[in-house]
Design a protein around this ligand. Structure first.
Ligand code: PRP
Ligand code: MN
Ligand code: MG
Length: 180
């Protein structure tokens, strides 16, 4: 039913599944002798988070936080604030931040700074998607699933006005959806 709103599929569910398995193997090695705190950034990261932790064969804990970014017409830097914080004290912990996409980089730059300030032992990033052309703040993920072009993508956690997060693939919406 949702398929009718999609112009083209960029990344299929099979491709996502295979890439999660590959990334999971690398992360399993990275964290074999650690017990990382895996931090999901609500809400977009939820499907990827669920899949990636199940590909990690090591001891780990999970937690979530929610941030909101609001553009202010008079301030070009953009602002990020915490809407729901972690329940866990990160001091001395190895953190793995899980994101669905890095676009401007503002969300992750803010979180990395925050966790360093809170004295995390290490902070790494895994993102399903990277949109390098969107970057405003210089930040790179340690693990990237796929690069995507500078188009508005939805699915597998990514929303258009809070919908389409439940699509099992990543795609581009038909223009008619925006115009209605
Ligand atoms: C989206 C996405 C990333 C962030 C990336 O989240 O899920 O968290 O934006 O953009 P940036 O690199 O420009 O900061 P959003 O704030 O839309 O919240 P959501 O996850 O609840 O959709
Ligand atoms: Mn998000
Ligand atoms: Mg969003």
């Amino acid at each position: 039913m949702l398929d009718k709103d999609i112009e083209k599929i960029l990344i299929t569910r099979e491709q996502i599944q295979m890439r999660c398995a590959e990334l999971g193997k690398q992360l399993t090695e990275e964290y074999q002798d650690k017990t990382p705190l895996v931090v999901g950034v609500l809400k977009g990261a939820v499907p990827f988070m669920a899949d990636i932790v199940r590909e990690m064969d090591c001891y780990l804990e999970i937690d979530f936080l929610d941030v909101s970014s609001y553009g202010n017409a008079t301030v070009s830097s953009g602002e990020v604030k915490i809407v729901k914080d972690l329940d866990t004290n990160v001091e001395g912990r190895d953190l793995l931040i899980v994101e669905d996409i890095i676009d401007s980089g503002r969300t992750l730059a803010y979180l990395v700074d925050l966790f360093k300030y809170r004295k995390a032992k290490s902070v790494k990033i895994v993102t399903l998607l990277d949109k390098p052309e969107g970057r405003v703040v210089p930040i790179e993920a340690d693990y990237v699933g796929f690069d995507v072009p500078n188009e508005f993508v939805v699915g597998y956690g990514l929303d258009y006005i809070q919908q389409y997060r439940n699509l099992p693939y990543v795609g581009v919406l038909k223009p008619s959806v925006y115009q209605s």
